[in-house]
Design a protein around this ligand. Structure first.
Ligand SMILES: [Zn+2]
Length: 230
């Protein structure tokens, strides 16, 4: 990237003690936080010095995948080709290596998201309930969201949040996230007892956690909006 400095967002912060450079691995957005009194020329110098690092980070950003007919999108770890449904089929459905959508070509993005969201609820809610029974805790409610940085969360009152994009991951991976969050119903921390419980409920948790670290960003690179001007 020749003139990457022009696309860097510089934030001056009163509390900042030093220069902090970040490259978002999902969007490729570059931002630099600088102490309040630092000069722009010092910021530019810092960027120059770190250009190689920035380029390395930018190379790792996964390009976005926009939905259209023929696009491959993983569902439960299996790549499915987006297709329009056949006349005799009803609603959205999975078949062979395809995802059949009941919509027009223009609606493919929104409808793929609609399918993934309802499929996530259908598959994950029973797994959540099953595991909650194991730890003999009650779930207050489950929400499916698309959060930027977290795959799930759990409040002390028993409200669970799961990122619906996880339904694109292999079953073992989404099961791990469910087990992780349900285990927080019992232990609201990441202590030894917590991980022991996770291991009992889901022995392959280490592999699945590593999968998320290595491939999780890919799940966030799918864009379901029909038009994206950002
Ligand atoms: Zn946790």
């Amino acid at each position: 990237m020749e003139d990457f400095q022009n696309s860097v967002i510089i934030n001056r912060r009163k509390r900042a003690r030093r220069f902090t450079l970040r490259v978002c691995q999902v969007t490729g957005k570059i931002s630099l936080t600088i102490p309040f009194r630092s000069s722009i020329s010092a910021a530019k110098k810092f960027l120059e010095d770190n250009q190689n690092w920035v380029n390395k980070q930018l190379n790792q950003v996964i390009p976005k995948t926009y939905m259209s007919i023929g696009t491959r999108v993983p569902v439960e770890g299996i790549e499915r080709e987006i297709s329009l449904k056949k006349p005799r089929q009803e609603g959205h459905s999975l078949g062979g290596k395809k995802l059949f959508l009941d919509c027009t070509e223009l609606e493919v993005g929104v409808m793929t998201k609609e399918f993934l969201l309802s499929h996530a609820a259908e598959v994950l809610v029973p797994i959540i309930k099953q595991n909650a029974e194991h730890v003999t805790k009650k779930i207050k409610n489950v929400r499916f969201k698309d959060t930027k940085s977290r795959w799930g969360s759990c409040s002390s009152e028993g409200s669970l949040m799961i990122n619906w994009r996880l339904i694109m991951a292999p079953p073992s991976v989404y099961r791990y996230v469910v087990v992780h969050e349900v285990s927080h119903l019992k232990y609201m921390n990441h202590g030894v007892e917590f991980w022991k419980l996770v291991k009992t409920l889901h022995p392959s948790y280490l592999e699945d956690r590593a999968w998320l670290r290595n491939h999780g960003r890919k799940l966030k690179s799918f864009v379901f909006k029909t038009f994206d001007c950002s």
